[in-house]
Ligand binder design. Structure first.
Ligand SMILES: C[S@@+](CC[C@H](N)C(=O)[O-])C[C@H]1O[C@@H](n2cnc3c(N)ncnc32)[C@H](O)[C@@H]1O
Length: 191
């Protein structure tokens, strides 16, 4: 497995560089109108690249970052609430989050069925799940897939159209935008 617990310093230094501007722009459109009664959850938040970006754009909601690696999440800046947890077992009440993000985290989740059941449970009706990940059928996506496989990671990579279909069974409606090997998928909880 990739030793995330020891890599917090590297992600804090270089993590933002992994995200192209169009990812931040799409996320901004999703969060700009959130208010004081909204809660934003970043799953597999790492050192907080996405959460900290959103916070600088809209300070009104409550921000929560979860990650199983304390060595990553300890770098997330206040006032984000930091909790050590996995997607498969989220320590929250049901139907409370307005937006949930998975930034380069989806393919690290071991039990995807359990993870998505949990995500669906804690998301509000009409809430959004925002996913940034890599298409394993593209050249660079394949490289990332092979690299992570070497480390014994779960390598749960999808093509965006496959992921959209997979999410349908959890009653999400999805749209995606793909640029080369990278894509974002935004899924809305229907009921
Ligand atoms: C590539 S890092 C991305 C971190 C951060 N989202 C970013 O973009 O910088 C993947 C993160 O997923 C976390 N992770 C691994 N397994 C997980 C799981 N089952 N549930 C939630 N997060 C997990 C790792 O600890 C790691 O911090």
């Amino acid at each position: 497995m990739i030793p995330f617990n020891y890599l917090g310093w590297a992600f804090k230094l270089f993590g933002k560089g992994i995200y192209p501007d169009w990812v931040f722009e799409a996320l901004y459109r999703l969060v700009k109108n959130l208010n004081e009664d909204d809660i934003f959850l970043d799953i597999g938040a790492g050192t907080g690249v996405l959460t900290e970006y959103v916070y600088t754009k809209n300070y009104k909601p409550t921000y929560i970052a979860v990650d199983p690696a304390y060595g990553m999440i300890k770098h997330v800046k206040n006032p984000v609430i930091k909790i050590v947890a996995k997607a498969e077992n989220l320590p929250f009440a049901s139907d409370i989050f307005s937006v949930i993000t998975l930034g380069e985290t989806l393919h690290h989740i071991q039990d995807l069925n359990k993870g998505f059941k949990e995500i669906y449970r804690v998301l509000k009706k009409g809430g959004y799940l925002f996913i940034f990940d890599f298409d394993p059928t593209e050249k660079k996506g394949k490289l990332i897939y092979n690299f992570e496989k070497l480390f014994g990671e779960p390598v749960n990579f999808f093509r965006p159209e496959e992921l959209a279909q997979f999410l349908n069974q959890f009653n999400f409606k999805s749209e995606y935008v793909k640029y080369g090997y990278r894509y974002i998928l935004i899924a809305r909880k229907l009921s």
